[in-house]
Design a protein around this ligand. Structure first.
Ligand code: ATP
Ligand code: MG
Ligand code: ZN
Length: 402
């Protein structure tokens, strides 16, 4: 049976937890002095080592040689903890056990001392999902549990854990891991798995994993499933949906040339090839940042693609977000022209010509076709154009600025 890499290569010793030196040093010292806090709160982004560290702490406390910073991973206790089958190490998913009744049953079970180990360890994952009532019910127990109980809470959203809980715990912050450190582990894994993979490809995976070992290992899994061996950066691009530099360049060319349908069909094609819209937007942003476009235009474009990232965080459909962004990006120059036109009209022809912004936009769009792709508009010719188009029809009381 194939075990996913993230599980197969889960750290089993504290030394194997990489890139989290502050947290692991604190834990090491606490175990050495046998002063592990009765309620630890591990906070940090996904796939950075919270669950792994929690299980290692449980083993350090309960290993037959323990408490030790070097659990043997061979005794019955260590083995059952690694398998997640130790009766005294209780893993609770906070997301599906969030009610006050769930908290009460924890409190109830705490009364009974451990069956076979030194400590009863409660590992509560995604603890921020508990309801307020559940937190309240737990407060007293967290403050003063029996001396055979340790709590290890884990969360990806520390700010959603009430202060009353935080203040009763020792908080350890795990961080996003630098890509070089992730790359080192990927290299070790690919050697152990006897899979040849280019250094570029490893670096690319590590970069796009954005600080998460789990994500990186998942990408490597997918690359291995896709190609088996001799993995190149082109394979990684395909598998994890990264557009190439050339593609980003071409897309932005369409945007600048206001070729909406070409830009949109490019997006469709990229999505058919598994495009990841978040990476795509990040690449567009990076490209824009180093481009020498005029500052205003560049800022407006940056804003558009930054908003795609925000939309994706808020679960907006990726493809739709990117298509809307493409529309916005293509019309940026036009919007500017519309504003200029409206401003011009309101200054020079007050009370004479009124025009809602949609009609103004249509005029500008038509006019910019006539004018090619110049960024300056010739106000006079534009006004002539407006008058010609709307002869006799456009005197109205609508607020021009609106
Ligand atoms: N600091 C680390 N050093 C080495 N490998 C790690 C580290 N963090 C995570 N991993 C790898 O990623 C996998 C998942 O890690 P883990 O379950 O500990 O993350 P987590 O922080 O609990 O994530 P989540 O918030 O998604 O539950 C591990 O099995 C391991 O392969
Ligand atoms: Mg976890
Ligand atoms: Zn052991």
């Amino acid at each position: 049976m194939y075990t996913v890499l993230a599980r197969k290569y889960r750290p089993q010793k504290i030394d194997e937890i990489r890139g989290q030196d502050v947290a692991t040093t604190i834990i090491r010292n606490a175990i050495l002095k046998n002063k592990i806090h009765h309620a630890l709160l591990l906070s940090g982004p996904m796939g950075t080592g919270k669950t792994s560290l929690a299980r290692i702490i449980a083993k350090s406390l309960n290993c037959k040689n323990g408490p030790t910073i070097d659990p043997c991973n061979e005794c019955e206790l260590c083995i059952s903890i690694t398998k997640g089958k130790n009766v005294d190490v209780i893993e609770i998913d906070g997301a599906s056990n969030r009610k006050v009744e769930d908290a009460r049953s924890i409190i109830e079970s705490i009364k009974y001392p451990p069956l076979s180990s030194r400590y009863k360890v409660y590992i509560v994952d995604e603890v921020h999902m508990l309801t307020q009532e559940a937190f309240n019910a737990l407060l007293k127990t967290i403050e003063e549990p029996p001396n055979y109980v340790k709590f290890i809470f884990a969360t990806t959203a520390l700010d959603k854990v009430p202060d009353t809980i935080q203040s009763r715990c020792q908080i350890l912050s795990l961080k996003k891991v630098p890509s070089e450190i992730i790359a080192e582990k990927l290299k070790v894994i690919s050697e152990k798995e006897q899979v040849a993979i280019d250094t570029d490809a490893i670096d690319m995976i590590a970069h796009f994993a954005n600080g998460s070992f789990r994500v990186a290992e998942g990408y490597l899994d997918r690359c291995i499933n896709y190609k088996g061996d001799n993995i190149t950066s082109e394979d990684v691009e395909k598998v994890i949906g990264i557009a190439s530099f050339e593609q980003i360049k071409k897309y932005l060319f369409f945007i600048k040339e206001k070729k909406l349908s070409s830009a949109l069909s490019m997006i469709d094609n990229l999505f058919n090839n598994n495009l990841n819209a978040e990476f795509f937007s990040q690449s567009v942003i990076n490209y824009l940042l180093s481009s020498d476009l005029n500052l205003e235009y560049k800022t407006a474009l940056l804003n558009v693609y930054y908003n795609v990232l925000v939309d994706i965080k808020h679960q907006v459909d990726e493809k739709i977000a990117l298509k809307i962004a493409t529309h916005k990006a293509v019309s940026i120059g036009d919007l500017e022209k519309v504003e200029k036109l409206i401003e011009y009209l309101s200054e020079n022809e007050p009370n004479q010509i009124a025009l809602d912004s949609q009609s103004a936009k249509n005029i500008v769009v038509k006019n910019s076709v006539n004018e090619g792709n110049k960024t300056d508009i010739k106000e006079n010719s534009m006004l002539d154009f407006v008058l010609r188009e709307f002869e006799g029809k456009i005197i109205s009381t609508e607020n021009i600025k609106k």
